[in-house]
Write a protein of this length. Structure first.
Lengths: 217, 217
DNA sequence: GTCTATACTTGGATAGAC
DNA sequence: GTCTATCCAAGTATAGAC
Protein backbone atom coordinates (compact mmCIF):
# COMPACT_ATOMS: atom_id res chain seq x y z
CA UNK A 1 0.00 0.00 0.00
CA UNK A 2 3.00 2.31 0.64
CA UNK A 3 4.18 4.24 -2.41
CA UNK A 4 7.75 2.85 -2.52
CA UNK A 5 9.48 2.72 0.84
CA UNK A 6 13.03 1.59 0.05
CA UNK A 7 14.88 3.31 2.89
CA UNK A 8 14.45 3.14 6.66
CA UNK A 9 10.80 2.73 7.73
CA UNK A 10 10.70 5.87 9.82
CA UNK A 11 7.84 7.08 11.92
CA UNK A 12 7.06 9.86 9.49
CA UNK A 13 6.55 7.40 6.68
CA UNK A 14 4.20 5.37 8.81
CA UNK A 15 2.14 8.42 9.67
CA UNK A 16 1.92 9.41 6.05
CA UNK A 17 0.70 5.96 5.09
CA UNK A 18 -1.94 6.29 7.76
CA UNK A 19 -3.25 9.43 6.14
CA UNK A 20 -3.39 7.75 2.77
CA UNK A 21 -5.32 4.84 4.24
CA UNK A 22 -7.67 7.17 6.07
CA UNK A 23 -8.36 9.04 2.84
CA UNK A 24 -9.09 5.83 0.96
CA UNK A 25 -11.44 4.63 3.67
CA UNK A 26 -13.14 8.00 3.77
CA UNK A 27 -13.52 7.92 0.00
CA UNK A 28 -15.18 4.50 0.17
CA UNK A 29 -17.59 5.71 2.81
CA UNK A 30 -18.36 8.89 0.89
CA UNK A 31 -19.02 6.99 -2.35
CA UNK A 32 -21.30 4.61 -0.50
CA UNK A 33 -23.25 7.17 1.46
CA UNK A 34 -23.32 10.31 -0.65
CA UNK A 35 -22.58 8.95 -4.12
CA UNK A 36 -20.06 10.08 -6.67
CA UNK A 37 -21.45 13.60 -6.79
CA UNK A 38 -21.16 13.97 -3.03
CA UNK A 39 -17.69 12.47 -2.85
CA UNK A 40 -15.86 15.79 -3.11
CA UNK A 41 -12.35 16.45 -1.86
CA UNK A 42 -13.78 18.54 0.95
CA UNK A 43 -16.28 15.88 2.03
CA UNK A 44 -13.70 13.10 1.96
CA UNK A 45 -11.16 15.18 3.90
CA UNK A 46 -13.79 15.98 6.49
CA UNK A 47 -14.46 12.27 6.99
CA UNK A 48 -10.74 11.52 7.14
CA UNK A 49 -10.17 14.34 9.59
CA UNK A 50 -7.53 16.13 7.58
CA UNK A 51 -7.10 19.00 5.20
CA UNK A 52 -8.64 18.98 1.76
CA UNK A 53 -5.27 19.80 0.22
CA UNK A 54 -3.95 16.37 1.18
CA UNK A 55 -6.22 14.72 -1.33
CA UNK A 56 -4.31 16.42 -4.12
CA UNK A 57 -0.93 16.00 -2.48
CA UNK A 58 -1.30 12.25 -2.07
CA UNK A 59 -3.45 11.30 -5.03
CA UNK A 60 -3.15 14.12 -7.53
CA UNK A 61 -6.89 14.47 -8.12
CA UNK A 62 -10.20 13.45 -6.61
CA UNK A 63 -10.81 10.95 -9.41
CA UNK A 64 -7.55 9.19 -8.75
CA UNK A 65 -8.42 8.90 -5.09
CA UNK A 66 -11.80 7.42 -5.97
CA UNK A 67 -10.09 4.89 -8.22
CA UNK A 68 -7.78 3.96 -5.38
CA UNK A 69 -10.89 3.46 -3.26
CA UNK A 70 -12.30 1.16 -5.93
CA UNK A 71 -9.03 -0.79 -5.93
CA UNK A 72 -9.29 -1.25 -2.21
CA UNK A 73 -12.88 -2.44 -2.45
CA UNK A 74 -11.92 -4.92 -5.17
CA UNK A 75 -9.07 -6.26 -3.08
CA UNK A 76 -11.29 -6.76 -0.06
CA UNK A 77 -13.95 -8.52 -2.09
CA UNK A 78 -11.43 -10.83 -3.69
CA UNK A 79 -9.90 -11.78 -0.39
CA UNK A 80 -13.28 -12.62 1.11
CA UNK A 81 -15.01 -14.39 -1.72
CA UNK A 82 -12.40 -16.35 -3.59
CA UNK A 83 -12.50 -19.03 -0.95
CA UNK A 84 -16.27 -18.96 -0.73
CA UNK A 85 -16.67 -19.61 -4.44
CA UNK A 86 -13.88 -22.13 -4.87
CA UNK A 87 -15.92 -24.95 -3.43
CA UNK A 88 -19.20 -24.26 -5.21
CA UNK A 89 -19.24 -27.33 -7.45
CA UNK A 90 -22.96 -27.43 -8.10
CA UNK A 91 -25.51 -24.86 -9.18
CA UNK A 92 -27.19 -25.24 -5.82
CA UNK A 93 -23.95 -24.46 -4.01
CA UNK A 94 -23.32 -21.54 -6.35
CA UNK A 95 -26.73 -20.06 -5.62
CA UNK A 96 -26.14 -20.40 -1.89
CA UNK A 97 -22.74 -18.73 -2.18
CA UNK A 98 -24.23 -15.97 -4.31
CA UNK A 99 -26.78 -15.30 -1.62
CA UNK A 100 -24.12 -15.02 1.09
CA UNK A 101 -22.02 -12.77 -1.08
CA UNK A 102 -24.87 -10.46 -2.00
CA UNK A 103 -25.80 -10.13 1.66
CA UNK A 104 -22.25 -9.18 2.57
CA UNK A 105 -21.95 -6.81 -0.38
CA UNK A 106 -25.15 -5.01 0.41
CA UNK A 107 -24.12 -4.62 4.04
CA UNK A 108 -20.61 -3.43 3.24
CA UNK A 109 -21.83 -1.26 0.38
CA UNK A 110 -19.32 -2.65 -2.08
CA UNK A 111 -21.79 -2.94 -4.93
CA UNK A 112 -22.87 0.61 -4.26
CA UNK A 113 -19.32 1.86 -4.66
CA UNK A 114 -19.05 -0.04 -7.92
CA UNK A 115 -22.31 1.34 -9.26
CA UNK A 116 -21.36 4.89 -8.43
CA UNK A 117 -18.10 4.54 -10.32
CA UNK A 118 -19.72 2.81 -13.31
CA UNK A 119 -22.37 5.48 -13.53
CA UNK A 120 -19.82 8.26 -13.19
CA UNK A 121 -17.72 6.64 -15.90
CA UNK A 122 -20.52 7.37 -18.31
CA UNK A 123 -20.01 11.10 -17.86
CA UNK A 124 -16.31 11.51 -17.02
CA UNK A 125 -14.10 10.99 -20.07
CA UNK A 126 -11.45 8.30 -19.67
CA UNK A 127 -12.87 6.92 -16.46
CA UNK A 128 -14.66 4.07 -18.18
CA UNK A 129 -11.56 2.10 -19.09
CA UNK A 130 -10.10 2.44 -15.62
CA UNK A 131 -13.30 1.22 -13.99
CA UNK A 132 -13.63 -1.65 -16.47
CA UNK A 133 -10.07 -2.73 -15.66
CA UNK A 134 -10.93 -2.95 -12.00
CA UNK A 135 -14.14 -4.85 -12.68
CA UNK A 136 -12.34 -7.46 -14.78
CA UNK A 137 -10.94 -9.64 -11.94
CA UNK A 138 -14.39 -9.80 -10.47
CA UNK A 139 -15.86 -10.97 -13.73
CA UNK A 140 -13.18 -13.61 -14.06
CA UNK A 141 -13.85 -14.88 -10.57
CA UNK A 142 -17.56 -15.10 -11.33
CA UNK A 143 -16.91 -16.90 -14.59
CA UNK A 144 -14.68 -19.39 -12.85
CA UNK A 145 -17.39 -20.00 -10.28
CA UNK A 146 -19.95 -20.51 -13.01
CA UNK A 147 -17.65 -23.00 -14.69
CA UNK A 148 -17.07 -25.08 -11.63
CA UNK A 149 -20.78 -24.97 -10.78
CA UNK A 150 -22.06 -25.91 -14.22
CA UNK A 151 -19.19 -28.30 -14.71
CA UNK A 152 -19.71 -30.60 -17.64
CA UNK A 153 -23.43 -30.69 -17.18
CA UNK A 154 -25.69 -30.13 -20.20
CA UNK A 155 -26.57 -26.72 -18.78
CA UNK A 156 -23.14 -25.53 -19.87
CA UNK A 157 -24.27 -26.00 -23.44
CA UNK A 158 -27.33 -23.83 -22.99
CA UNK A 159 -25.58 -21.23 -20.88
CA UNK A 160 -21.80 -20.90 -21.33
CA UNK A 161 -19.90 -19.73 -18.24
CA UNK A 162 -19.06 -16.37 -19.83
CA UNK A 163 -22.71 -15.58 -20.34
CA UNK A 164 -23.61 -16.93 -16.92
CA UNK A 165 -20.99 -14.69 -15.34
CA UNK A 166 -22.33 -11.65 -17.15
CA UNK A 167 -25.84 -12.46 -16.01
CA UNK A 168 -24.70 -12.88 -12.42
CA UNK A 169 -22.79 -9.60 -12.34
CA UNK A 170 -25.62 -7.73 -14.06
CA UNK A 171 -28.05 -9.25 -11.59
CA UNK A 172 -26.00 -8.06 -8.63
CA UNK A 173 -25.84 -4.54 -9.99
CA UNK A 174 -29.51 -4.39 -10.86
CA UNK A 175 -30.68 -5.85 -7.56
CA UNK A 176 -28.58 -3.35 -5.64
CA UNK A 177 -30.12 -0.50 -7.63
CA UNK A 178 -33.64 -1.70 -6.88
CA UNK A 179 -32.82 -2.44 -3.25
CA UNK A 180 -31.42 1.03 -2.72
CA UNK A 181 -34.46 2.59 -4.36
CA UNK A 182 -37.05 0.99 -2.15
CA UNK A 183 -34.74 0.63 0.82
CA UNK A 184 -35.60 -3.03 1.01
CA UNK A 185 -32.93 -5.63 0.57
CA UNK A 186 -35.16 -8.42 1.80
CA UNK A 187 -36.82 -8.61 -1.60
CA UNK A 188 -33.49 -9.04 -3.33
CA UNK A 189 -32.50 -11.84 -0.96
CA UNK A 190 -35.87 -13.52 -1.34
CA UNK A 191 -35.26 -13.57 -5.06
CA UNK A 192 -31.94 -15.32 -4.53
CA UNK A 193 -33.75 -17.89 -2.40
CA UNK A 194 -35.99 -18.57 -5.38
CA UNK A 195 -32.88 -18.94 -7.48
CA UNK A 196 -31.73 -21.55 -5.00
CA UNK A 197 -34.87 -23.61 -5.61
CA UNK A 198 -34.42 -23.35 -9.34
CA UNK A 199 -30.79 -24.34 -8.92
CA UNK A 200 -31.79 -27.52 -7.13
CA UNK A 201 -34.05 -28.32 -10.05
CA UNK A 202 -31.19 -27.71 -12.49
CA UNK A 203 -28.85 -29.95 -10.54
CA UNK A 204 -31.50 -32.66 -10.48
CA UNK A 205 -31.96 -32.46 -14.22
CA UNK A 206 -28.21 -32.58 -14.71
CA UNK A 207 -28.05 -35.64 -12.51
CA UNK A 208 -30.76 -37.37 -14.50
CA UNK A 209 -29.12 -36.70 -17.80
CA UNK A 210 -25.47 -37.05 -17.05
CA UNK A 211 -25.37 -40.85 -16.74
CA UNK A 212 -27.09 -41.25 -20.08
CA UNK A 213 -24.49 -39.35 -22.05
CA UNK A 214 -21.76 -41.04 -23.98
CA UNK A 215 -18.93 -38.64 -24.69
CA UNK A 216 -15.68 -37.74 -22.93
CA UNK A 217 -14.67 -41.23 -24.05
CA UNK B 1 -48.97 18.05 -21.27
CA UNK B 2 -50.22 21.68 -20.93
CA UNK B 3 -50.41 22.99 -17.39
CA UNK B 4 -54.17 23.68 -17.34
CA UNK B 5 -55.40 25.44 -20.45
CA UNK B 6 -59.10 26.06 -19.80
CA UNK B 7 -59.54 29.26 -21.83
CA UNK B 8 -58.94 30.08 -25.50
CA UNK B 9 -56.02 28.15 -26.99
CA UNK B 10 -54.09 31.20 -28.11
CA UNK B 11 -50.89 31.24 -30.08
CA UNK B 12 -48.94 32.35 -27.05
CA UNK B 13 -50.03 29.33 -25.11
CA UNK B 14 -48.98 27.06 -27.94
CA UNK B 15 -45.54 28.61 -28.12
CA UNK B 16 -45.11 28.29 -24.38
CA UNK B 17 -46.03 24.62 -24.55
CA UNK B 18 -43.41 24.20 -27.23
CA UNK B 19 -40.75 25.54 -24.91
CA UNK B 20 -41.83 23.19 -22.17
CA UNK B 21 -41.66 20.25 -24.54
CA UNK B 22 -38.27 21.36 -25.82
CA UNK B 23 -36.96 21.55 -22.27
CA UNK B 24 -38.27 18.10 -21.44
CA UNK B 25 -36.69 16.61 -24.55
CA UNK B 26 -33.44 18.41 -23.86
CA UNK B 27 -33.50 17.10 -20.29
CA UNK B 28 -33.95 13.53 -21.54
CA UNK B 29 -31.04 13.93 -23.94
CA UNK B 30 -28.84 15.49 -21.28
CA UNK B 31 -29.60 12.72 -18.77
CA UNK B 32 -28.83 10.12 -21.37
CA UNK B 33 -25.63 11.64 -22.71
CA UNK B 34 -24.07 13.51 -19.80
CA UNK B 35 -25.71 11.85 -16.81
CA UNK B 36 -27.42 13.41 -13.84
CA UNK B 37 -24.38 15.43 -12.85
CA UNK B 38 -24.10 16.93 -16.33
CA UNK B 39 -27.81 17.65 -16.63
CA UNK B 40 -27.58 21.19 -15.29
CA UNK B 41 -30.03 23.97 -16.02
CA UNK B 42 -27.42 25.60 -18.22
CA UNK B 43 -26.71 22.46 -20.23
CA UNK B 44 -30.38 21.64 -20.71
CA UNK B 45 -31.20 25.21 -21.77
CA UNK B 46 -28.35 25.15 -24.25
CA UNK B 47 -29.74 21.98 -25.82
CA UNK B 48 -33.25 23.43 -25.88
CA UNK B 49 -31.99 26.66 -27.39
CA UNK B 50 -33.41 28.95 -24.76
CA UNK B 51 -32.43 30.81 -21.63
CA UNK B 52 -31.43 28.99 -18.48
CA UNK B 53 -33.95 31.04 -16.51
CA UNK B 54 -36.84 29.30 -18.28
CA UNK B 55 -36.05 26.05 -16.53
CA UNK B 56 -36.98 27.67 -13.23
CA UNK B 57 -39.90 29.62 -14.64
CA UNK B 58 -41.57 26.54 -16.10
CA UNK B 59 -40.55 23.80 -13.71
CA UNK B 60 -39.48 25.53 -10.51
CA UNK B 61 -36.22 23.60 -10.15
CA UNK B 62 -33.87 21.41 -12.13
CA UNK B 63 -34.94 18.32 -10.21
CA UNK B 64 -38.58 18.88 -11.07
CA UNK B 65 -37.69 19.21 -14.74
CA UNK B 66 -35.72 15.95 -14.57
CA UNK B 67 -38.71 14.24 -12.98
CA UNK B 68 -40.91 15.54 -15.79
CA UNK B 69 -38.39 14.06 -18.20
CA UNK B 70 -38.67 10.72 -16.41
CA UNK B 71 -42.47 10.94 -16.68
CA UNK B 72 -42.18 11.48 -20.40
CA UNK B 73 -39.85 8.53 -20.80
CA UNK B 74 -42.21 6.31 -18.82
CA UNK B 75 -45.14 7.38 -20.95
CA UNK B 76 -43.30 6.62 -24.18
CA UNK B 77 -42.20 3.22 -22.93
CA UNK B 78 -45.69 2.30 -21.85
CA UNK B 79 -47.20 3.29 -25.17
CA UNK B 80 -44.70 1.23 -27.11
CA UNK B 81 -44.44 -1.91 -25.06
CA UNK B 82 -47.84 -2.56 -23.59
CA UNK B 83 -48.97 -4.03 -26.89
CA UNK B 84 -45.76 -5.95 -27.35
CA UNK B 85 -46.09 -7.72 -24.02
CA UNK B 86 -49.83 -8.31 -24.09
CA UNK B 87 -49.52 -11.27 -26.44
CA UNK B 88 -46.57 -12.99 -24.80
CA UNK B 89 -48.38 -16.07 -23.51
CA UNK B 90 -45.35 -18.32 -23.23
CA UNK B 91 -41.94 -17.98 -21.69
CA UNK B 92 -40.44 -18.24 -25.15
CA UNK B 93 -42.57 -15.37 -26.40
CA UNK B 94 -41.74 -13.35 -23.29
CA UNK B 95 -38.02 -13.82 -23.86
CA UNK B 96 -38.38 -12.73 -27.47
CA UNK B 97 -40.36 -9.66 -26.45
CA UNK B 98 -37.79 -8.85 -23.76
CA UNK B 99 -35.05 -8.94 -26.35
CA UNK B 100 -36.90 -6.54 -28.65
CA UNK B 101 -37.65 -4.23 -25.78
CA UNK B 102 -34.09 -4.18 -24.48
CA UNK B 103 -32.81 -3.39 -27.97
CA UNK B 104 -35.20 -0.48 -28.28
CA UNK B 105 -34.43 0.73 -24.77
CA UNK B 106 -30.70 0.66 -25.28
CA UNK B 107 -31.02 2.54 -28.55
CA UNK B 108 -33.41 5.15 -27.18
CA UNK B 109 -31.45 5.42 -23.93
CA UNK B 110 -34.53 4.98 -21.76
CA UNK B 111 -32.86 2.62 -19.32
CA UNK B 112 -29.97 5.03 -19.06
CA UNK B 113 -32.31 7.84 -18.03
CA UNK B 114 -33.84 5.57 -15.42
CA UNK B 115 -30.47 4.52 -14.01
CA UNK B 116 -29.28 8.10 -13.74
CA UNK B 117 -32.36 9.04 -11.75
CA UNK B 118 -32.21 5.96 -9.51
CA UNK B 119 -28.55 6.58 -8.77
CA UNK B 120 -29.16 10.25 -8.10
CA UNK B 121 -32.02 9.35 -5.80
CA UNK B 122 -29.49 7.76 -3.51
CA UNK B 123 -27.87 11.12 -2.86
CA UNK B 124 -30.67 13.66 -3.26
CA UNK B 125 -33.06 13.59 -0.29
CA UNK B 126 -36.68 13.00 -1.19
CA UNK B 127 -35.98 12.03 -4.78
CA UNK B 128 -36.17 8.31 -4.09
CA UNK B 129 -39.91 8.19 -3.50
CA UNK B 130 -40.65 10.20 -6.61
CA UNK B 131 -38.48 7.97 -8.77
CA UNK B 132 -39.97 4.82 -7.23
CA UNK B 133 -43.46 6.13 -8.02
CA UNK B 134 -42.54 6.48 -11.67
CA UNK B 135 -40.95 3.06 -11.80
CA UNK B 136 -44.05 1.39 -10.39
CA UNK B 137 -46.15 1.21 -13.58
CA UNK B 138 -43.23 -0.39 -15.33
CA UNK B 139 -42.90 -3.02 -12.64
CA UNK B 140 -46.60 -3.75 -12.86
CA UNK B 141 -46.42 -4.15 -16.60
CA UNK B 142 -43.50 -6.53 -16.24
CA UNK B 143 -45.29 -8.53 -13.58
CA UNK B 144 -48.37 -8.80 -15.75
CA UNK B 145 -46.20 -10.02 -18.61
CA UNK B 146 -44.56 -12.58 -16.36
CA UNK B 147 -47.99 -13.76 -15.24
CA UNK B 148 -49.32 -14.26 -18.71
CA UNK B 149 -46.10 -15.95 -19.79
CA UNK B 150 -45.82 -18.34 -16.86
CA UNK B 151 -49.55 -18.80 -16.81
CA UNK B 152 -50.66 -21.72 -14.66
CA UNK B 153 -47.54 -23.69 -15.43
CA UNK B 154 -45.61 -25.29 -12.57
CA UNK B 155 -42.88 -22.71 -13.08
CA UNK B 156 -45.18 -20.18 -11.43
CA UNK B 157 -44.80 -22.17 -8.22
CA UNK B 158 -41.03 -21.98 -8.33
CA UNK B 159 -40.90 -18.38 -9.49
CA UNK B 160 -43.94 -16.22 -8.65
CA UNK B 161 -44.64 -13.40 -11.12
CA UNK B 162 -43.66 -10.74 -8.63
CA UNK B 163 -40.21 -12.21 -8.21
CA UNK B 164 -39.89 -12.81 -11.92
CA UNK B 165 -40.74 -9.19 -12.60
CA UNK B 166 -38.14 -8.01 -10.12
CA UNK B 167 -35.53 -10.21 -11.73
CA UNK B 168 -36.40 -8.93 -15.19
CA UNK B 169 -36.24 -5.27 -14.17
CA UNK B 170 -33.01 -5.79 -12.26
CA UNK B 171 -31.57 -7.61 -15.23
CA UNK B 172 -32.40 -4.75 -17.55
CA UNK B 173 -30.75 -2.24 -15.26
CA UNK B 174 -27.65 -4.35 -14.69
CA UNK B 175 -27.20 -5.20 -18.35
CA UNK B 176 -27.44 -1.55 -19.32
CA UNK B 177 -24.78 -0.68 -16.72
CA UNK B 178 -22.42 -3.33 -18.08
CA UNK B 179 -23.18 -2.45 -21.70
CA UNK B 180 -22.46 1.21 -21.13
CA UNK B 181 -19.21 0.35 -19.38
CA UNK B 182 -17.69 -1.71 -22.16
CA UNK B 183 -19.59 0.09 -24.89
CA UNK B 184 -20.84 -3.23 -26.17
CA UNK B 185 -24.51 -3.99 -26.25
CA UNK B 186 -24.04 -7.05 -28.40
CA UNK B 187 -23.03 -9.05 -25.34
CA UNK B 188 -26.22 -8.08 -23.54
CA UNK B 189 -28.34 -9.10 -26.49
CA UNK B 190 -26.46 -12.36 -26.88
CA UNK B 191 -27.33 -13.12 -23.29
CA UNK B 192 -31.00 -12.57 -24.01
CA UNK B 193 -30.69 -15.00 -26.91
CA UNK B 194 -29.43 -17.56 -24.43
CA UNK B 195 -32.42 -16.77 -22.27
CA UNK B 196 -34.57 -17.53 -25.28
CA UNK B 197 -33.11 -21.04 -25.53
CA UNK B 198 -33.67 -21.64 -21.85
CA UNK B 199 -37.22 -20.35 -22.22
CA UNK B 200 -37.95 -22.92 -24.90
CA UNK B 201 -36.76 -25.58 -22.50
CA UNK B 202 -39.02 -24.22 -19.77
CA UNK B 203 -42.02 -24.19 -22.09
CA UNK B 204 -41.27 -27.75 -23.08
CA UNK B 205 -41.12 -28.87 -19.47
CA UNK B 206 -44.36 -27.05 -18.73
CA UNK B 207 -45.97 -28.79 -21.68
CA UNK B 208 -44.87 -32.16 -20.43
CA UNK B 209 -46.21 -31.64 -16.95
CA UNK B 210 -49.38 -29.70 -17.53
CA UNK B 211 -51.54 -32.55 -18.85
CA UNK B 212 -50.77 -34.67 -15.83
CA UNK B 213 -52.10 -32.18 -13.29
CA UNK B 214 -55.50 -32.48 -11.71
CA UNK B 215 -56.65 -29.26 -10.15
CA UNK B 216 -58.72 -26.23 -11.26
CA UNK B 217 -61.61 -28.68 -11.07
C1' DG C 1 -42.87 34.60 -21.36
C1' DT C 2 -38.41 35.36 -22.32
C1' DC C 3 -34.26 37.57 -21.84
C1' DT C 4 -29.75 39.54 -19.44
C1' DA C 5 -27.43 40.33 -15.35
C1' DT C 6 -26.22 39.08 -10.99
C1' DA C 7 -26.13 37.24 -6.03
C1' DC C 8 -24.75 33.34 -3.76
C1' DT C 9 -22.75 28.62 -3.08
C1' DT C 10 -19.76 24.80 -3.77
C1' DG C 11 -15.98 22.36 -5.61
C1' DG C 12 -11.18 21.43 -7.92
C1' DA C 13 -6.80 22.79 -7.59
C1' DT C 14 -2.60 25.60 -6.23
C1' DA C 15 0.59 28.75 -3.31
C1' DG C 16 3.07 29.47 0.46
C1' DA C 17 3.75 29.35 5.57
C1' DC C 18 5.23 26.12 8.98
C1' DG D 1 3.71 16.47 4.99
C1' DT D 2 0.30 19.20 6.57
C1' DC D 3 -1.98 23.30 7.08
C1' DT D 4 -4.51 27.94 5.84
C1' DA D 5 -5.69 31.01 2.38
C1' DT D 6 -6.97 31.83 -2.09
C1' DC D 7 -8.12 31.62 -7.20
C1' DC D 8 -11.15 30.18 -10.59
C1' DA D 9 -14.91 27.66 -12.77
C1' DA D 10 -19.60 26.11 -12.76
C1' DG D 11 -24.02 25.63 -10.76
C1' DT D 12 -28.83 27.18 -8.64
C1' DA D 13 -31.84 30.54 -8.28
C1' DT D 14 -33.74 35.29 -8.46
C1' DA D 15 -34.45 40.32 -10.07
C1' DG D 16 -35.75 43.22 -13.28
C1' DA D 17 -35.88 44.95 -18.17
C1' DC D 18 -38.52 44.17 -22.27
Amino acid sequence: MAKAGPRAGTLRRQLSADVRAALVNAAIAALRETGYAGASAREIARRAGCSQALVFYHFGSVNDLLLAALDEVSARRMASYRGLLAHATSVTALAAAARDILTADLDAGYVRVLIEMITAAHAVPGLGDQVAERLQPWRELTEQAAMSALGRSPAARLLPPGDAARALVAGFLGLELLASLDNDRAAALALLDRAGSLARLLDMLAGLRLPGRKEDR
